[in-house]
Design a protein around this ligand. Structure first.
Ligand code: SF4
Length: 596
C-alpha cells in the first residue's frame, strides 16, 4: 500500500478531516466478538466499492469457497456519505460472489448509507458463521448481536415491520429474505427507503446468500447523530450547490428521470433494438408501449401512486416510484427499467401490473429481479413455461420464495439452471445474467458486460446515449467502455448514484466532484486523481479475480451473441476478443495507475 500513501502525500490531505475519522466495525458471527477500529490510514480515502476492493484483496483469500465459512460480507458507504452531497448516500455490499466466483460489489439507494455515516462508520466487515439467526444492531451506544429466531424465512416486508416493532420506527435496515437464508445464488440484500420499505436492493451476485451464510438476517442502524468534519466547509458547500444545480438543469436528471424514472428507457432501448425479448431472441418487443414509463405515469396518476420519489434524502433526481396496484393500494416501489425488461419483454409479458407484482415478490423474497427474470427466460426456452404465461411466472417465483425443489433449482441462477436443462442460449457473462441491454445492439455496454470484473453488470459502465458513437458499430466501444467503467468505479466509491453522474460528462461539472472532496478531505483533487480512484478499484478487482482463477479468458459475451443475428438490426456482437483485452490496458491508453 505504500504507493497509495505516496499518492495521498503528493496531493495532500488534512489529517483530521471529513471521513478520515470514520470507523470500521468488525463483527465475527462465530465468536460474537465485535470491534470498532479507526479506518487505517491507507484506507482513509477509499469508500464504497473502492474500499470493498481494497479490503477483500488484502484480507480475503481470493480462492476461498464463496459459500464456505471463510467468505466475508463487507458493507460500506461512500466517501461523500453524510455530507448531503446530491444522491451520495448509497450503500455498497461486497464479498466473493457465489454466483460468479469473482469479487463482487452491489450497491443500493435507500437510507442505510447515510445512517451508517451518522453513526460514525465507514463500513462493517462481517466474518464467521453463526448457527443461530441474528440481527446486528448498531446505535450510538455501541453494537450488539441479538438472536432473531422469529425472523427465520420471513419476507423482507414482514421482517422490517417486526424490526420496527422491536427497535422503533426511526431505523434503517439492511436485510435478507428467504432467498438469502437459503443461500440462493440469485439472492439480494434489501435496504429500506425513506418510508421504511425494503424496496431498494443490492441485488447482484448472490450477496444475500453470503449474508445468510453468516447467519445474519438484518443490520439495524439506529439513532446516529455524527456529522462529518469538513476541511473547508464553504468550498464543499459551493461545489455541492453547483452540482445540485447541474443535476436540475440536465434534461435527464432534471426532467425525464424525475417524471418517468428509469422506465423512460423502455421506449429508448426498444427503439434502439436492444431490449431483451423472449430470452434475448429479439431486440424489440411489440408490447413495449404497455411497459413504458409514460404508461406507468398514466396508471399511477389515476391510482394516486407517484412517478417522482426520492429513495434517499438529498436526491433531487427522484427517479424512484411508488407503484400502487389496480386496487389503489401500495404494491411496490423503485421498479426499474431492468426489472421491467427482464420480467416484461424477456418473458413476453406486456402487463405492467404483473411486472410490478413480480418486483414486489422478488423484493420480499430477497431475489435479484434481473437474475430471476433471466433464469425464467431460460426456463421458457427449456419448455418449463410458455412466454407470456404470467400466472406460471408468478407461481415459479413463489416456488423460489417457498423453497420447493424446483424453486431451489431456479435459485441457482441463470447459467446453472440453464445448463441443467440443456439450454445453450444462456445470456450470462461470468455466470451472471445480462441485465436489460442486448450487447449486440448496444456494443459499448456489451464491452462493459463482457469485461467488468463483476460479470455482466450494466451499472459497471452503461454506454447508452454516448454522443458520437454508433451503438451498432464495433469501433470505439473499447475506449467508451473503459471511460464508463472508470467513472462508475469512481461514483461507486463516492457513494453517488449512477444517475447523478449524467451531468459529469461536462468537465466543469466533473471538476465539482473534486471540489467537494477537497472541501471534505482537503488537498487537491484534479480530474486525474478522481479517475485514478476508479482505475485503482478496477485493477484491484481484476487482481482479485486473477488470484481466484478468473482471468481474461472469461471476458466475452455469451457465445450465441457472436453468431446469432439480433432483430431488428440483424446485429451480432463483433468487437474482436483481442480488442476486449485492451479495456484495462490503462498504461497503453496513457494512464499508468497500478494498484497498491
Ligand atoms: S436518482 Fe433514483 S436511484 Fe438514484 S438516489 Fe435518486 S431516487 Fe435513488
Amino acid at each position: 500500500m505504500t504507493a497509495l500513501t505516496g499518492r495521498y502525500e503528493m496531493y495532500g490531505m488534512d489529517s483530521k478531516s471529513g471521513s478520515t475519522e470514520m470507523k470500521l466495525l468488525r463483527v465475527d458471527m462465530g465468536t460474537e466478538r465485535i470491534q470498532s477500529e479507526d479506518v487505517a490510514e491507507h484506507y482513509a480515502l477509499l469508500g464504497g466499492r473502492g474500499l470493498i476492493a481494497a479490503l477483500l484483496l488484502a484480507e480475503l483469500e481470493p480462492a476461498c469457497d464463496p459459500q464456505g465459512p471463510d467468505n466475508r460480507l463487507v458493507i460500506c458507504n461512500g466517501l461523500l456519505a453524510g455530507t448531503l452531497a446530491a444522491s451520495s448516500g448509497r450503500i455498497s455490499v461486497g464479498g466473493k460472489s457465489p454466483l460468479t466466483g469473482t469479487i463482487k460489489e452491489a450497491n443500493a439507494g435507500g437510507t442505510a448509507g447515510l445512517a451508517l455515516a451518522r453513526l460514525g462508520f465507514r463500513g462493517i466487515v462481517v466474518s464467521g458463521e453463526s448457527e443461530r439467526l441474528k440481527v446486528l444492531v448498531i446505535g450510538p451506544e455501541g453494537a450488539r448481536l441479538e438472536d432473531a429466531p422469529e425472523l427465520a424465512l420471513r419476507g423482507t416486508y414482514d421482517t422490517c415491520d417486526m424490526l420496527r416493532a422491536r427497535y422503533g420506527d426511526d431505523i434503517s435496515i439492511l436485510c435478507i429474505g428467504p432467498a438469502g437464508e437459503r443461500r440462493y445464488l440469485n439472492s439480494s440484500v434489501q435496504v429500506t427507503d425513506r418510508e421504511g420499505r425494503p424496496a431498494r436492493a443490492a441485488a447482484r451476485g448472490g450477496l444475500g446468500g453470503v449474508m445468510g451464510a453468516r447467519g445474519l438476517k438484518a443490520v439495524v442502524l439506529q439513532g446516529g447523530k455524527e456529522k462529518p468534519v469538513f476541511a473547508d466547509a464553504p468550498r464543499f458547500r459551493a461545489a455541492s450547490k453547483a452540482y445540485m444545480q447541474a443535476l436540475r438543469k440536465h434534461p435527464m436528471t432534471g426532467n425525464i428521470l424525475t417524471r418517468f424514472g428509469t422506465a423512460s428507457l423502455v421506449g429508448a432501448v426498444n427503439e434502439m433494438g436492444a431490449m431483451p425479448t423472449r430470452n434475448y431472441s429479439s431486440g424489440s418487443f411489440e408490447g413495449a408501449a404497455a411497459l413504458s414509463g409514460e404508461h406507468m405515469a398514466e396508471l399511477q396518476t389515476g391510482r394516486k401512486g407517484s412517478m417522482t420519489h426520492a429513495c434517499q434524502t438529498g436526491c433531487p433526481i427522484s427517479c424512484s416510484n411508488v407503484y400502487n396496484g389496480p386496487d389503489g393500494k401500495y404494491l411496490t416501489s423503485g421498479m426499474e427499467y431492468e426489472t421491467i425488461a427482464l420480467n416484461g419483454s424477456n418473458l413476453s409479458i406486456d402487463d405492467i401490473d404483473v411486472v410490478a407484482l413480480i418486483d414486489r415478490l422478488c423484493d420480499d423474497a430477497g431475489l435479484d429481479t434481473m437474475e430471476t427474470g433471466a433464469t425464467l427466460g431460460v426456463a421458457a426456452e427449456a419448455g418449463l413455461l410458455s412466454y407470456g404465461d404470467s400466472a406460471r411466472v408468478l407461481e415459479l417465483i413463489r416456488q423460489m420464495a417457498a423453497g420447493t425443489p424446483l424453486g431451489m433449482e431456479l435459485g441457482q441462477g441463470t447459467e446453472r439452471f440453464g445448463k441443467s436443462m440443456g439450454v445453450t442460449r444462456i445470456p450470462v457473462v461470468k455466470r451472471q445474467a445480462l441485465a436489460g441491454y442486448d450487447p449486440r445492439a448496444l456494443k459499448g455496454t456489451g464491452v462493459t458486460c463482457a469485461t467488468s470484473p463483476m460479470g455482466a453488470d450494466h451499472t459497471a459502465g452503461n454506454a447508452i446515449g454516448m454522443p458520437g458513437v454508433d451503438p451498432l458499430s464495433p469501433h470505439g466501444q473499447v475506449e467508451v467502455s473503459r471511460g464508463c467503467q472508470q467513472v462508475m468505479a469512481l461514483f461507486d466509491s463516492l457513494g453517488m448514484c449512477i444517475f447523478a453522474g449524467m451531468p459529469a460528462d461536462n468537465p466543469e461539472v466533473f471538476g465539482l466532484l473534486g471540489e467537494m472532496l477537497a472541501g471534505v478531505y482537503g488537498g487537491d483533487w484534479p480530474p486525474e486523481r478522481l479517475l485514478g480512484l476508479g482505475t485503482e478499484t478496477l485493477l484491484r478487482e481484476r487482481r482479485f479475480n486473477l488470484l481466484a482463477g478468473i482471468g481474461e479468458e472469461e471476458d466475452d459475451v455469451p457465445p450465441f451473441m457472436r453468431t446469432e443475428e439480433l432483430k431488428p438490426h440483424d446485429a451480432v456482437f463483433d468487437v474482436p476478443r483481442e480488442e476486449l483485452k485492451k479495456v484495462f490496458d490503462f498504461a497503453a491508453s496513457g494512464q499508468g495507475n497500478q494498484p497498491g
